[in-house]
Ligand binder design. Sequence first.
Ligand code: NAI
Length: 507
Amino acid sequence: MAALDLSIKIAVIGAGAMGSGIAHVAARAGHTVYLYDMNAEAVARGKAGIEKDLRFLVGKGKLTEADFAATLARVVPSSRIEDLADAGLLIEAIVENLEIKQKLFRQLEELVAESAILATNTSSLSITAMGATFARPAQLAGLHFFNPAPRMALVEIVSGLATDPAIAATLYDTARAWGKVPVHATSTPGFIVNRVARPYYAEALRVLAERAATPATLDAILREACNFPMGPFELMDLIGHDVNYAVTRSVFDAYFGDKRFTPSLIQQELTLAGRLGRKSGQGFYDYREGAAKPQPVVEPAVGRVESVTVRGDLGIATPLLARLEAAGVRVTRTEGKGDVLIGGARVALSDGRTATRRAAEEGTPNLVLLDLARDYAATPRLALSRADQCGDGAWHEVVGTLQAAGIAISRLDDVAGLLALRTVCMLANEAADGVVQGIGTAHDIDTAMRYGTNYPEGPLGWAERLGVGFVARVLANLREHYGEERYRVSPLIQRCAVGGRSLTGFS
Ligand code: NAI
């Protein structure tokens, strides 16, 4: 298959936030683009928005004046649907309502050539259901851009039951020719990104519901220790709780109430209260005039120890030792199961059990657990939890020694799997289920999460780096701790953990 020839005209129906962004992308690629909306003012606003965005690119030196003028001229405002008759690809970005979209497509099918490709930018409706009323359902596919379309690289090419694979392949190549990063997905609730991203919000909400730390502290942990571009609470405030809650609900309902996707009471409360986030002035944070932004909570500075003993292999946390040494802490190495003795405390990476339970099971009361960091050699912050049995003196020795290595310590109450570790493991778990169920290949799912949400790393590749056996153990421990279906371990993770096959190689 090849990308659509530039001589083929594109029609974008719906000139709102998404439609005008998609028209921008197609016009910049070199196509003539009809921009149509039932509301003529929306078309004018849409075209003005494209002009403003293009002008911005000229200002940045990314577009010449000549290209600016030519690109803008290729966007043809259309006030009558009949104007779209000679388009070869029609991209619908109107209101998110199945019947209204089907009605529009019935009109379009009457109007355009039989070979014309019909695409929908829906983010939540089934492509299979939409196509069911079409004369030519094989011509329909999802072409799911992310907001803002000119800046977000990912496009999910979504196939319904009837979609002709050749149509999906043409859209894939066309999106690529337009400078985007396309992935193939099958029509399932949330497609790839809106499904696999659920645990990013859900785990943080759950840890907050257990009152383990403040939203600002939890946000800082995922941002600073794991390089997510935004923490979950500030991101939900930006998206809007009404929207984010509605997506969670729709995925939960669409999967027949699968506990994995259970919405959060905290978010429901915010939505009911009208605290929708930035747009309403209040959400997890207060955006009203004069409101101070809460800072993440860190442990106060305390004293350090002079030397520590590492027992065995610390695995991914090993680079911490070099940081301690650089801070003048003497590090002695002996055999063992992978922990560090700091003063009177034993410090280990979380494995999904609480510190309190592990301290009891392993007979070491002074146990402190480390959360995940993406790069222990550089992280400016680490989350720690301590067993209820752990004495204050031992805890302070750990905190002070890590602080001496330049690390801000945020304490979480003793939740299972802390925050970053359980979040990354649950993202990988969801991604793995997506692979098992054929929603996308492992490669496409990781690509989708990197380019659709700007995660620093695809969840499957990340899990592989952590060790699939370790991820499987963390998930199994979470499952046992909560006794909930939500933490069931994906069959693919179980299989790779015991069989040694690579998670990222599956398709
Ligand atoms: P929007 O509300 O900004 O724009 C929708 C436009 O469609 C409006 O200008 C409206 O006048 C027009 N419209 C409504 N019914 C129409 C009809 N029957 N015929 C012609 N025009 C009609 O909405 P937005 O945010 O651009 O969303 C559009 C679609 O894209 C929806 O399906 C949405 O789920 C999807 N989407 C939205 C994303 C977002 O972040 N806003 C991200 C990805 C997909």
